[in-house]
Design a protein around this ligand. Structure first.
Ligand code: GLA
Length: 380
């Protein structure tokens, strides 16, 4: 436990402990940066921060995952070239101070069990956890949506990774036993109950998301370009969110085929996500699973962000009994799949998929049967 590591290092228990979870996205992939809809859940794997105040302006931070320490000064926060794991905390601290929140020095230990580079948003958990830590230790009473935006800004502007808002949002505002339906345009959201007779099973392909960042940027630009071209034809569209299914069908004839497929994925994924929320609320999990399956095909064919390993995992999943739906989750190019599995079948499912994956590709998959969990800033 991180609290114990703190105790060993400082000879006293921490004053403050916070937890920020990783996430899995059930449906609504590559829609967040297109002002669209997403339906993630926070998982029961998290980053924990334990710490206490100092009387000066030094931040001394130990990463239990990297087994390394660094220090920085709140009056001169620079991006680190070594120990890049500390940049999330540095960025969050810098932007909080820039927004007028006066921080104090701190001794901090952090770490957790969200696998890194696996598409389960460990970075978002580290960012949201850092903001939640300052919030709690200094009694800042930050608005949760402000924390979400600040964390995303850290990722975009300080760490330098382009991403939408989904991951930070769910890490802050997830709710136990619920998924979160978020409109990424106006940031209105609603928690949707998950039934206890089905399990969310995550299969980690073990393949790090090698191409993810560069290809992510390419997709982002392609989406913007598609919007520009559709708008140039006289449609009042600001983002792919505004493009109707009928508009996209009409564009098939004239829009460049690659751009068309990218836009088609996003427009159809938004439709699927809206329907998924409706059927989840109505308890129609069979239809929910079908929509997950369709989402995967669309990500594979139109958006081209799946991989051989993810396709093998999805294929194996669909052969198992008790499986309602299976798809890749997160940015793609490695990482994980998400599966909706009847509770009584989850054990057999995990074993059969892991064995099949090893047989097919000689690779080991880690399988996590997840419990939807509370975000770092959700009020009880
Ligand atoms: C990554 C990004 C998110 C989102 C997903 C794809 O997780 O951080 O903002 O774009 O990819 O849905």
């Amino acid at each position: 436990m991180i609290e114990d590591v703190f105790q060993q290092m400082y000879g006293a228990p921490p004053e403050v402990v916070v937890r920020a979870p990783g996430r899995v996205n059930l449906i609504g992939e590559h829609t967040d940066y297109n002002d669209g809809f997403v339906l993630p859940a926070a998982i029961d794997r998290a980053i924990t921060y334990a710490g206490r105040r100092r009387t000066d302006r030094r931040v001394c931070v130990y990463s239990d995952d990297f087994k390394a320490s660094v220090e920085f000064d709140l009056d001169d926060i620079q991006k680190a070239r070594e120990h890049t794991w500390s940049n999330f905390l540095r960025g969050v601290s810098k932007f909080l101070e820039a927004d007028g929140h006066r921080l104090t020095g701190a001794d901090i230990v952090f770490g957790g069990d969200v696998p890194r580079e696996a598409g389960l948003s460990s970075s978002a958990a580290v960012e949201v956890g850092a903001a939640a830590f300052w919030n709690k230790m200094l009694g800042l009473e930050l608005d949760p949506v402000y924390v979400v935006k600040l964390s995303r800004r850290t990722e975009n502007e300080f760490v330098g990774v382009p991403c939408g808002i989904m991951d930070q949002f769910i890490s802050a505002l997830g709710r136990r036993d619920h998924a979160l339906f978020l409109d990424c345009r106006d940031l209105t959201y609603r928690h949707v109950p998950l039934r206890s007779d089905v399990k969310i099973v995550v299969c980690n392909s073990g393949v790090k998301r090698a191409l993810a960042q560069s290809e992510y940027e390419v997709r982002l630009k392609q989406c913007r370009e598609a919007v520009k071209r559709i708008a140039a034809r006289g449609r009042a569209v600001k983002s792919l969110r505004d493009v109707q299914p009928s508009d996209i069908e009409a564009a098939r004839g004239w829009l460049d085929n690659v751009l068309w497929r990218r836009a088609h994925h996003v427009v159809s994924e938004n439709e699927r996500t809206l329907e998924a929320v409706t059927v989840l609320q109505a308890g129609n999990l069979e239809r929910f699973g079908e929509l997950m399956n369709q989402s995967h095909e669309s990500l594979r064919e139109d958006y081209e962000v799946s991989s051989k390993e993810l396709d093998v995992l999805v294929g194996l999943a669909r052969q198992q009994s008790g499986v309602l739906g299976a798809r890749m989750t997160g940015a793609g190019f490695g990482g994980c799949t998400v599966n909706l599995v009847r509770a009584e079948a989850a054990g057999n499912f995990a074993q059969a998929v892991a064995e099949g994956y090893e047989r097919a590709l000689g690779l080991k998959a880690e399988i996590y049967v997840c419990q939807a969990s509370d975000g770092a800033l959700i009020s009880q």
